[in-house]
Design a protein around this ligand. Structure first.
Ligand SMILES: Nc1ncnc2c1ncn2[C@@H]1O[C@H](COP(=O)(O)OP(=O)(O)OP(=O)(O)O)[C@@H](O)[C@H]1O
Length: 358
């Protein structure tokens, strides 16, 4: 029996992407199909390299070909990805998805989540950038061991000066902290801070990025308004801790993204410092600040709950030593952040599903 491309594609039409609710052939995810006798080769092009369904989809393709075409076929599937971007146009040149990391309250772990999210996306192969727009206490220089670092600049052919983001752990980084003395407070006036933050977006040489993560200041202030009004935002990740005081502020922070004139998709809620696990009793979880508050908040706004991050010393140490814990695949905590990155990328792919894949 001669195997034809039509047979293989018709078999693969039985495999549906559970997020995008269409089959892989209709979604144009099957590329470079080659058949030689019983040898069938093709590429499965996902919408993000951090896709949590990668293995499941690959197995489903394999089973579909064996079941509908030939049980003894040799099937070789290569996985690649092409990150989609929002449908509504107006994207910043070269930057596919801008993701805000926000919290209603300070100190809940927003920078920790932003840094580890960026590290996890980059480690999965996504072209990733990180802007630290926290005017009150930029933490990215510390979290990436770049205190005192100064970005250089280059001149374009049109005579414009562009800041060159600093590259570390495969991520392009810019922080307001790179432009200030680490020991001197900067008393930002509203418009001055907003202009400085805008420059990090507009006057930097970001090149091509799949995801640009933005670590916002806590609360709902000028910087939030400036960024949400000036740039096309793919979505916001909301970080909270379990205490009632944090949840009450998070509620306001989340509601801001839903206000008329802002209207940014909320990708979901992350509960940081959700529970404590003693090193000697790793299976015990102590919910010392309360349980399921983040989950309930996500449910009440009908947005995804993206997961719980425990309180663990290595997260603090990783932040203080400039090496985010998600970098260390031997540390089980890196799985927590990789999982979070997968869920965020998945939500973006779902939101972008109507977009033309270009
Ligand atoms: N899950 C965690 N386990 C242990 N330490 C954590 C955890 N999350 C954050 N931390 C630590 O708590 C401190 C505050 O975290 P981080 O700077 O990320 O918070 P933030 O919300 O960005 O703060 P700010 O409001 O100042 O911007 C840091 O020292 C960080 O390493």
């Amino acid at each position: 029996m001669i195997i034809t491309s039509e047979q293989v594609l018709s078999a693969l039409k039985n495999v549906e992407d559970p997020d995008l609710k269409k089959d892989l052939v209709t979604l144009n995810m099957i590329k470079d199909l080659k058949i030689e006798g019983k040898n069938i080769k093709f590429t499965l092009e996902l919408t993000t390299p951090a896709c949590p369904l990668k293995d499941m989809l690959k197995n489903a393709c394999l089973n579909a070909v064996k079941h509908f075409v030939a049980a003894d076929a040799e099937v070789e599937i290569q996985i690649t990805s092409k990150v989609t971007k929002p449908a509504d146009g107006g994207q910043m040149k070269g930057i596919r998805n801008i993701i805000l990391v926000s919290s209603g309250k300070g100190g809940v772990g927003k920078s920790t989540v932003a840094s580890n999210l960026a590290v996890s996306l980059a480690a999965n192969g996504a072209k990733t950038g990180l802007i630290d727009a926290d005017i009150y206490g930029p933490s990215v220089p510390t979290m990436f061991d770049l205190v005192g670092a100064k970005p250089s600049a280059r001149e374009t052919e049109e005579g414009k000066t562009l800041i060159l983001p600093i590259e570390k752990y495969g991520i392009k980084l810019l922080s307001l902290g790179f432009f200030a003395d680490p020991d001197q407070p900067v008393p930002w006036r509203g418009p001055m801070a907003s202009n400085a933050v805008k420059q990090l977006f507009n006057d930097a040489d970001w090149g091509e990025l799949d995801y640009l993560i933005v670590d916002l200041p806590p609360g709902t202030g000028d910087i939030h308004i400036t960024i949400t009004q000036s740039f096309p935002i793919a979505g916001a990740v909301i970080v909270t801790t379990p205490q009632q005081v944090a949840l009450a502020d998070t509620r306001k922070g989340l509601a801001m993204f839903r206000m008329a004139g802002i209207n940014i998709p909320v990708l979901g809620v992350v509960e940081n410092m959700a529970y404590f696990t003693p090193a000697e009793l790793p299976e015990n979880k102590y919910y010392i600040f309360g349980k399921d508050g983040g989950k309930a908040l996500a449910a009440s706004f009908e947005v995804p709950f993206l997961g719980e991050i425990p309180i663990v010393q290595s997260i603090t140490e990783g932040g203080d030593q400039g090496s985010p814990v998600a970098l260390d695949k031997n540390n089980p905590l890196s799985d927590v952040f990789w999982d979070l990155a997968g869920k965020v990328a998945q939500q973006i792919a779902i939101n972008n599903a109507e977009a033309v894949n270009c």
